[in-house]
Ligand binder design. Structure first.
Ligand SMILES: *Cc1c(COP(=O)(O)O)cnc(C)c1O
Length: 429
């Protein structure tokens, strides 16, 4: 008798034949196969069979206003009618660059690109050109996209799948990337000195959101600023997650540290592909055709993505952040209650509307702490939550994202799933 496949399993079998592992980005895969999406609205995502999940992935952080945010849907519909690609500049791009530098004063000049990977790649190239130096410093566990010079000891999917340093990169590219330890400013000084001060840029996620969630210790980011000044090195804040998430002004306003260059993405596009890199105008004036640093893109600054970014910048109601953060604070406090009551060896890191539960460890302040977490146990928690209608990132080394439209039903679903899993574990343990 033929066994009836679920619609997702059917799609997965087809997908695997023509797409590596059936997915267009590695973290989307999980055992035995991912659910395939039918549609999404607000904080809920439905699979192709119509099963609903409370979504804590939220496009890996992009969807601060939830899925299919009505004002965005309207704006996009209008824009589609007027064309989606011109190959010529628009007023909306000017407005975007102007507004970005109001909200992020450090972004005196910026360029719109299509993905975070592009943004960090071009920012690093601009920093090398400006300083005339060759090497960069990145931090173990930070993720900056998937190009050669940053795919060294990277977080996110790169660590989940055991390839923190990718094969196939240009030989030698990784040798120009020095690795420092997050929350350890001395390791940055040492790295820079080891190169005869040949470091063009220090690139950092001001808050690590790609190795689970790891917070900067008091003074760490300020110290990076001082070190970069001392050694004439460009400080790049990769705010692709933190920008528009820790409040409108990102981590640089939140922690009051001004980088030389910044990359933005994710929330910036509210689900459409757009990212930005930029910074001091003396650095950005080297970009072609004004200067000699080449960067171009067919879809860069396309009117659809720019419309979305203008929507992200347009809202003025601070309730968006208050709501998402207080939802998260309450959820985390109840999670901690369950953990304590049941003597679970676990800890929760959170900041504003981001949180992650680490299993098998009682505190995570460094990337090495996170590495000690029990990823096998985490997979079980993920599977249990999923079968109870809660979709979280499938990896211990990702972060849950809350939107402004998550409500009590999502909080209850998450807590019930966690509570149920804890009970099941204690029975089987
Ligand atoms: C997601 C992410 C990137 C890569 O952005 P893509 O749009 O996926 O290329 C870079 N840096 C950080 C901090 C990110 O979280």
């Amino acid at each position: 008798m033929a066994c009836k496949l679920t619609a997702s399993e059917n799609l997965f079998r087809r997908a695997e034949k023509h797409i590596p592992r059936g997915v267009n980005s590695p973290v989307r895969y999980f055992d035995p196969y991912p659910f395939f999406v039918g549609k999404a609205k607000g904080a809920i995502i439905w699979d192709v069979e119509g099963r609903a999940f409370h979504d804590f992935v939220m496009g890996y952080g992009a969807l601060l206003f939830g899925h299919a945010y009505p004002p965005l849907v309207d704006a996009l519909r209008d824009q589609v009618e007027d064309g989606t690609l011109y190959g010529a500049p628009t007023e909306a791009e000017v407005e975007l660059a102007e507004k970005l530098s109001e909200v992020y004063p450090s972004l005196e000049m910026s360029r719109a690109v299509n993905s975070g990977t592009e943004a960090t790649m071009h920012a690093l190239r601009a920093a090398r050109a400006y300083t005339g130096k060759n090497k960069i410093v990145k931090f173990d566990g930070c993720f900056h996209g998937s190009h050669d010079s940053v795919l060294v000891k990277a977080g996110s999917g790169a660590s989940t799948f055991g390839v923190p340093s990718s094969k196939g990169g240009i030989p030698g590219a990784a040798e120009h990337t020095l690795i420092a330890r997050y929350n350890d400013a001395d390791s940055v000084r040492k790295a820079i000195k080891s190169t005869d001060e040949d470091v063009a840029a220090v690139i950092v996620e001001p808050v690590i959101a790609n190795y689970g969630l790891i917070l900067p210790e008091e003074g760490f980011l300020k110290e990076l600023r001082e070190i970069c000044d001392q050694y004439s090195t460009i400080l790049i804040f990769d705010e692709i997650v933190t920008g528009f998430r820790l409040g409108k002004g990102g981590a640089q306003r939140y922690y009051a540290v001004t980088p030389d260059m910044t990359t933005l993405g994710k929330v910036l596009g509210l689900g459409l592909p757009i990212a930005v890199y930029g910074g001091r105008s003396d650095i950005m004036q080297n970009i072609a055709p004004l200067g000699q640093v080449y960067q171009a893109g067919t879809f860069s600054g396309n009117p659809l993505s720019v419309r979305a970014a203008l929507k992200a910048l347009e809202f003025t109601n601070p309730d968006v952040y208050t709501r998402a953060s207080s939802f998260t604070r309450r959820l985390v406090s109840e999670l901690n209650g369950i953990i304590e009551e049941n003597h679970v060896n676990a800890t929760v890191n959170s900041l504003e509307s981001m949180f992650q539960v680490f299993l098998g460890v009682d505190s995570v302040r460094t990337v090495d702490d996170a590495r000690r977490a029990d990823t096998g146990l985490f997979k079980k928690l993920f599977a249990h939550a999923l079968s109870n209608g809660v979709f979280t990132p499938p990896s211990q080394f990702e972060t849950n994202f809350v939107s402004a439209v998550h409500d009590e039903s999502s909080a209850q679903a998450y807590l019930n799933a966690f509570q149920g899993w804890v009970r099941g574990e204690s029975r089987s343990g």
